[in-house]
Design a protein around this ligand. Structure first.
Ligand code: NAP
Length: 287
């Protein structure tokens, strides 16, 4: 990639950032479309996000992705938030519009796009169960609600976090949301009624690939869609068990891909070259 005086710079603010596959994915896309952009990872210490946000303006970066631990903290330093970022209370993409920093959250949108395009599943009017209630769950739950999901049931080891998400959905969207305790008795009827079950916990993520969320897979009705947000490994133990139970499965790779594609489109105004981006990720990830 030839860097010139005209090259536009985008990147990633996080801590750490060394594990990220976004540089490979975005730089492959820029090359494919011959766009004079480059994507650079920036390790931003937990207490330096204020200066990092100011640097987006000072260095005329075209935009950045934002990851852990800055997704919430960066909001205080932005000029504007998209409606979904405001509801989610977290930002994963910033666009520098001539010095005005606008925050977006493409995580949930990426998940919904992956549901539709990779799994052929439209959440509109359906009931879904989310296992977990961390930062990623919040983005996914809000976006599912905005996409017309009828009912969202959330179960989490720490119920208070699930209650907070449920409150946002019930107060600000048309969807109905509820919290259930993580017990087989309470989950069984909800799992049977759900069109999809989504693991949003970090259980099963590399290097603890032998872990899976504690859901008896014999509760799953064959044909139900089972999705995982974990993308490394691509085929988690949870997805393998769901597949063995006759379920359709969807890996977190699709969400990673599409959240990146939506950010790419916000920065460049060009349609993202999905296949090239998917190939770049697949090359890096374990199956
Ligand atoms: P987070 O905010 O730290 O939340 C972690 C979630 O996992 C919480 O619900 C937590 O429950 C639950 N959890 C962790 N260990 C557990 C255990 N031993 N037993 C039961 N529950 C447990 O993390 P996050 O940012 O939401 O990320 C969650 C996962 O999504 C990660 O694997 C991440 O890589 C993945 N992710 C994927 C994408 C993508 O593009 N595919 C995007 C974002 C995140 P408590 O609330 O009880 O602690």
């Amino acid at each position: 990639m030839g860097i010139t005086g005209k090259t536009k710079v985008v990147g990633l603010f996080g801590y750490p950032v060394a594990h990220s596959f976004s540089p490979q994915m975005h730089n492959a896309a820029f090359r494919q479309l011959s766009l004079d952009y480059c994507y650079v990872p920036f390790p931003v210490n937990p207490d330096r996000i204020c200066e990092a946000a100011a640097a987006v303006r000072a260095l005329s970066l075209a935009g950045v992705n934002v990851t852990v631990p800055h997704k919430q903290g960066v909001i205080a330093y932005l000029d504007e938030l998209s409606s979904e970022a405001r509801l989610i209370g977290a930002v994963n993409t910033i666009v520098n519009k001539e010095g005005r920093l606008v925050g977006y959250n493409t995580d949930g949108q990426g998940f919904v796009r992956s549901l539709r395009t990779d799994a052929g599943f439209d959440p509109k009017g359906k009931s879904l169960i989310l296992l977990g209630a961390g930062g990623a769950a919040r983005g996914v739950a809000v976006q599912l609600a905005l996409a017309g999901t009828r009912k969202i049931t959330i179960v989490n080891r720490t119920p208070k976090k699930a209650e907070e998400i449920v409150q946002v959905i019930n107060e600000h969207t048309q969807a109905e949301a509820e919290v259930l305790p993580w017990t087989a008795e309470s989950l069984a009827p909800a799992v049977r009624a759900a069109a999809a079950v989504v693991n949003t916990t970090s259980l099963g993520m590399h290097p603890r690939e032998e872990e899976a969320p504690p859901l008896e897979t014999d509760l799953l009705v064959p044909g139900t869609l089972v999705a995982d947000l974990v993308y490394n490994p691509v085929r988690t133990l949870f997805l393998q068990k769901a597949e063995a139970a006759g379920c359709q499965t969807l890996s977190g790779l699709g969400m990673l891909l599409h959240q990146g594609a939506i950010a790419f489109e916000l920065w460049t105004g060009c349609t993202a070259p999905i296949q090239v981006m998917r190939d770049a990720l697949t090359k890096e990830l374990k199956n």
